[in-house]
Ligand binder design. Structure first.
Ligand code: FO1
Length: 329
């Protein structure tokens, strides 16, 4: 069994490559919940939904989030009511009519289902499994915790932002001074998470933002301990290529928080919990620096936009911890 620690877009794209070389029934994904938010009274789980939509082939390919072929009638209606009454959301992420977080009509179906099932007493793990079934994913998709765990960002100019305020409203264009995961100290792993990590033939840290996508997973202390204990079977895929992030603010956040936004910096970040790091060809010369941090360096093509790279990247990651493409040792 392969366990993947996942955030959003990068992880979802990696999973599509992994599922070309390993059967979905052999994959368990532990997904970040730190981006989750309540919007218009609905529970929205962006990283979970990006995996549901991308792996099922229904994601909006331009954005990497939301569904292809979306319409926006519900949001237009919501905004009209807000404008007519000059409703200014007290807290844009949890208030009404947050104009800057676009929820498509089909996407709303996911949030309506999730929110009504949670209101009926289902757990987030159950609802996530139900959504994975309705999208016919085949793999097991587990939220890292069912407890409240939310990423908050302190900007260099002193503002304390909810994650989506930073990432979407500010377009992650503001400098970060600190990132914290509110609720992490008391969050417990969802049922099945620890067992998936400890029994996996390989644990893959997907090419997600190490700070705000993988960070919340590792902030759940028992999860971190389980990954550290599995270190010789843990391989990370660098989301930094040639000193830059392929998508999103991972490179800037690493630098703003005092780390190097290079594969050596990523190696240092993951050294306690991974025994191998997969880096792109452009970083081949930095392989000795990765090894100096105590990780094996695996050099391969990691730009998944090129055909076939997702599958070869997945094979290389699994091989780095002694697992062949069939996903068993
Ligand atoms: N990202 C944006 O930049 N703008 C949006 O309006 C937006 C809406 C949205 C709706 C549902 C969803 O699941 C994700 C959405 N995202 C949007 C992306 C989201 O902020 C990111 O996917 C994650 O939170 C970071 O990985």
């Amino acid at each position: 069994m392969i366990c993947v620690l996942a955030g959003g877009v990068g992880a979802a794209r990696f999973l599509r490559g992994l599922l070309e070389v390993v059967d979905a029934s052999d994959v368990t994904v532990v997904v970040n919940v730190g981006d989750d938010c309540v919007l218009h009274g609905l529970t929205v789980c962006p990283d979970t939904d990006t995996i549901l939509y991308t792996v099922s082939g229904s994601v909006n390919p331009e954005t990497g989030w939301g569904l292809a072929g979306e319409t926006w009638r519900a949001m237009e209606s919501l905004r009209r009511h807000a404008a007519a009454n000059d409703v200014q959301a007290a807290d844009p992420v949890t208030g009404e009519a947050a104009g800057w977080f676009s929820l498509g009509d089909l996407d709303l179906g996911t949030h309506l289902y999730r929110s009504s099932r949670l209101a009926a007493g289902a757990t987030l793990t159950q609802v996530t499994a139900e959504l994975a079934r309705s999208f016919d994913l085949g793999l097991r998709l587990l939220p890292v915790t069912e407890d409240p765990l939310r990423t908050r960002v302190t900007t260099a100019d002193g503002r304390d932002l909810a994650f989506q305020e930073y990432f979407v409203r500010e377009q992650h264009s503001v400098e970060v001074r600190d990132v914290r995961f509110v609720g992490a100290e008391s969050a417990t792993p969802s049922p099945g998470v620890l067992e998936a990590i400890s029994t996996a033939d390989a644990v893959v840290v997907a090419p997600s933002n190490p700070v705000v996508s993988i960070g919340p997973l590792l902030a759940v202390l028992e999860v971190r301990d389980a990954v550290v204990a599995a270190r010789d079977r843990v391989v990370a895929v660098s989301p930094i290529v040639g000193g830059a992030a392929l998508k999103g603010p991972a490179d800037r956040m690493l630098r703003e928080l005092g780390h190097e936004s290079t594969v050596a910096g990523v190696a240092r970040w993951y050294a306690p919990l991974a025994s191998a790091l997969v880096v792109d060809q452009v970083d081949a010369a930095l392989a000795p620096q990765v090894q100096a941090e105590g990780l094996r360096a695996v050099v391969t093509d990691t730009i998944m936009s090129r055909p076939g790279v997702g599958a070869s990247l997945a094979r290389a990651a699994l091989a780095a911890v002694g697992v062949d493409a069939r996903g068993t040792r």
